[in-house]
Design a protein around this ligand. Structure first.
Ligand code: NI
Length: 251
């Protein structure tokens, strides 16, 4: 079974003790590619370093809405040119925590969408309690290659996202007992989704509460296959091919 980890933060300090061993274990367990995602200047640099070290790791660069007040446009524009950078992200809006003022989040999100379009790179969106504004800003800028990472909307919003031709990405939250994503999983077409762990966060059930790692992708894949009434192998394969295509890695 070929697996694609589309969203991890393996440069974070939670992995300082065993990063190399864990990455090796991932590649020995069927994971073929991983995208390491930046959230600020330091983590973008570290994501690129990881991508330079491992052939099968690629990087995404962007300023997370939490860090929007520190945004450096020239830095992102320059890093977007790096040969192992395959996306701009994670960028977006977070009205749940509002760690940066809303107007700054919106402005920085829009500026980074423009950089993605200039650089011809796909966009990895972080949307927390900000569905309509994310949708509106992306639409207004005619963004086409977009994924809603850790999708948290309802079915109606999922429909709106899919009508745009955008993708939906699922994390371990779909395995939680209080998950309301079952209908969204059922309705998402086979060519419009992929899986991610968002490690070190969001460990799926039954690993909840522990540090997450890409090795837990199997729980997410299994959950989707149960809901869609198909095999884990088929779900892993769809997700893999969709990610390959989204991040422009199908050579
Ligand atoms: Ni993340």
């Amino acid at each position: 079974m070929k697996i694609f980890e589309t969203h991890a933060h393996l440069d974070f300090p939670q992995f300082d003790k065993d990063r190399e061993q864990l990455i090796k274990k991932c590649f020995n367990s069927g994971i073929e590619y991983m995208i390491n995602i930046g959230v600020d200047e330091k983590t973008c640099n570290n994501s690129i370093k990881l991508a330079e070290k491992y052939d099968q790791i690629y990087a995404a660069v962007g300023f997370h809405p939490h860090d929007a007040t520190d945004f450096k446009a020239e830095f992102i524009r320059r890093k977007a040119q790096h040969s192992k950078v395959v996306a701009i992200g994670e960028i977006g809006l977070d009205y749940y925590r509002n760690l940066s003022p809303k107007d700054v989040q919106q402005k920085v999100f829009e500026e980074q969408i423009k950089i993605a379009l200039e650089s011809d790179l796909p966009i990895v969106v972080h949307d927390r309690d900000a569905h309509e504004d994310c949708y509106e800003i992306l639409s207004r800028n005619n963004a086409e290659k977009v994924v809603f990472h850790c999708f948290s909307g309802d079915e109606l919003f999922a429909q709106k996202v899919l009508e745009k031709g955008w993708l939906i990405s699922f994390t371990g939250t779909i395995t939680f007992k209080n998950s309301s994503l079952e209908n969204t999983i059922r309705l998402v077409p086979n060519d419009k989704f992929f899986v991610e762990t968002d490690s070190p966060y969001l460990s799926p059930h039954p690993q909840r509460g522990k540090r997450n790692s890409p090795l837990n992708l199997q729980y997410i894949i299994e959950k989707i296959s149960e809901i869609k009434g198909t095999t884990p192998k088929k779900i892993a394969e769809n997700s893999y091919l969709n990610a390959l295509n989204f991040f422009n890695l199908s050579k």
